[in-house]
Design a protein around this ligand. Structure first.
Ligand code: ZN
Length: 148
């Protein structure tokens, strides 16, 4: 959302509520650069999903990026790109059904992991090692045991 006052791209949402007809979300935003407050209307259904990263910054959800991560995790495993595509479809559907516009990168990783675990153990561990940000070896070992 570009600030109408100074064109800065980052703003925070200070209030959001459904519009009167329920087909959109009305958001009050505050520009992080100049503090200008403005209102946006976002249609439900075609909102870009925002990923909140662990350092607090955000970026637009990128299906291709998620797919790349999954393809790397599934290298040389008996999983087809079609299976990964439907895995991502399933995540996107769940997010749409809960009307979430924002999700933490770790939560998104978890949603992928739950689905990956059903497809392939090796791919699960590879993906987990990247996305779960394990604190220590014990935690990693516990996750491995949880797969059995
Ligand atoms: Zn501004």
């Amino acid at each position: 959302m570009r600030c109408p006052s100074c064109s800065h791209l980052e703003s925070k949402v200070v209030d959001s509520r459904p519009s009167e007809d329920g087909a959109a979300i009305r958001r009050r935003r505050e520009c992080l650069a100049c503090g200008h407050r403005f209102t946006t209307y976002e249609r439900l259904g075609d909102n870009p999903l925002i990923i909140i990263k662990s350092d607090g910054s955000s970026e637009a959800y990128d299906r291709q990026k998620l797919m790349r991560g999954l393809l790397i995790a599934c290298a040389k495993r008996p999983i087809s790109p079609e299976q990964l595509s439907s895995l991502i479809d399933s995540i996107e559907t769940e997010l749409r059904n809960t009307s979430r516009n924002e999700i933490g990168s770790k939560d998104l990783g978890d949603m992928a992991l739950v689905r990956l675990a059903k497809l392939d153990d090796v791919a699960y561990v590879r993906f987990a090692s990247v996305y779960k940000d394990f604190q220590n070896v014990e935690e990693f070992a516990a996750a491995l045991e949880g797969m059995n």
